[in-house]
Design a protein around this ligand. Structure first.
Ligand code: 0O2
Length: 207
């Protein structure tokens, strides 16, 4: 019947999403191991907090429509690289690169693309280090490569990004010019704070 076909489609999509959930679990484990090991070896923890999110079906389909992606699983898999997303918030800018290096140096992690918005901030002031990685997920009938987007940033960058996100949504992308200028200014203040904290941290370590 038509109804059972619809249920079959739903189950099919759920099966498509499943490896992304497992990939999140795997990368979260990798990050907790790094976090615990850093704490044990160096008596300091470079990671403040970690969040993960699996894109909703709604949001995957909205992106398929918006970007004009062909409605096939292989096209969606290739074009939407942030179905599995992990955000790592670090204490200092140097920690961001330290965690990035430790994660991407692992044998089973393939780096697909890196966008360094810390070295090259976006026009609005957005800063973060984005890595699209691919890891194998071992299912009952063998391994499948799965893409995960990892965003690494400092607490100050995260603070800025969460406010910017709220403002952007509030104004439905039509943000007044003064507000945009204010946000860019705030991004510079956040970067100054990161610089200051990093140098204080270095002083404390020397003492
Ligand atoms: P959400 O709700 O976090 O998932 P694309 O992902 O293809 O649309 P692009 O340019 O290839 O876009 O990816 P990019 O630049 O790596 O950025 C993707 C994600 O980074 C966004 O996901 C945000 O999480 C974050 N991001 C990028 N730019 C900004 C920004 O200017 N402000 C804030 N607050 N976050 C940003 P989503 O899907 O937009 O949102």
């Amino acid at each position: 019947s038509a109804l059972s076909e619809i249920y079959a489609l739903r189950d099919d999509f759920a099966r498509f999403m499943m490896p992304y959930k497992f990939a999140i679990d795997e990368v979260m484990t990798k990050i907790s191991i790094l976090r615990e090991e850093f704490s044990a070896l160096h008596a300091e923890n470079p990671i403040e907090h970690v969040n993960s999110r699996l894109k909703t079906t709604e949001s995957v389909l909205e992106k398929v429509a918006r970007k004009g992606i062909a409605p096939s699983y292989s096209a969606i898999r290739a074009a939407i690289t942030d179905i599995a997303g992990i955000r790592v918030v670090c204490s200092f800018v140097s920690d961001v690169y330290r965690v990035f290096d430790a994660l991407t140096a692992q044998d089973d992690v393939r780096v697909v693309a890196v966008k360094d918005y810390i070295a090259n901030p976006k026009a609005n002031g957005y800063k973060s280090l984005h890595a699209i990685i691919e890891i194998p997920v071992f299912l009952s009938d063998g391994p499948v490569p799965v893409t995960v987007e990892v965003q690494l940033r400092t607490v100050a960058m995260d603070f800025w990004a969460s406010l910017e996100h709220k403002i952007y949504y509030k104004y439905d992308a039509d943000v007044p010019a003064e507000l945009l200028a204010g946000l860019r200014e705030a991004a510079d203040v956040a970067a100054d704070l990161d610089g200051k904290m990093e140098s204080l941290h270095r002083e404390v370590r020397r003492a």
